[in-house]
Design a protein around this ligand. Structure first.
Ligand code: HEC
Length: 133
């Protein structure tokens, strides 16, 4: 094998492993390529706590509707009543480790809560906030 081929092999193997090891950085890098600026935990926290009104039911919705205000505690799905494990990675180490899962739920939960998808900037800010918990 020549050195270029070895380098290429190493890079191809390392990329998915690194992304898995730090899903948040991987996603944030992706969001930057979509035009986002710097991400801040403060902006993420503000959005997490922001109250929206559902146009159909007139009811208030926000991220805490299901995850509660204390992200270190267990949440409860506002519609189904199903228990949701704590969101804070400090008490639930499984959180923010799986890119596919994060993407799926950010899409679904932004739509349900805000009535639209989150922008790349908003998603990066939310992750910056959640990873501090
Ligand atoms: C209608 C209930 C509900 C609301 C409101 C809600 N979520 Fe969730 N969320 C869930 C459920 C259910 C899961 C998947 C089950 C689990 O991970 O415990 C989840 C999972 C997640 C995950 C996956 C985290 C991981 O790595 O495991 C993220 C990120 C997330 N939610 C962010 C948000 C954000 C941001 C908002 C507000 C825009 C929000 N959620 C509002 C119900 C909700």
């Amino acid at each position: 094998m020549n050195t270029r081929l070895i380098t290429l092999t190493v890079v191809l193997l390392a990329v998915p492993l690194a992304a898995q090891a730090d899903a948040v950085s991987g996603l944030q890098a992706e969001y930057k390529t979509q035009g986002s600026g710097e991400f801040t935990a403060a902006a993420g926290k503000a959005l997490w706590n922001k109250k929206f009104v559902d146009s159909k039911s007139g009811k208030q919705r926000y991220c805490g509707s299901c995850h509660t205000d204390d992200l270190r505690k267990q949440g409860k799905h506002v519609r189904t009543g199903k228990v949701i494990k704590p969101m804070a990675p400090s008490v639930n180490p499984e959180r923010l480790t799986n890119i596919k899962k994060i993407k799926k739920w950010l899409l679904r939960n932004c739509k349900w809560t805000m009535g639209r998808e989150c922008t790349a900037q908003e998603k990066g800010d939310l992750l910056a906030f959640l990873k501090t918990l």
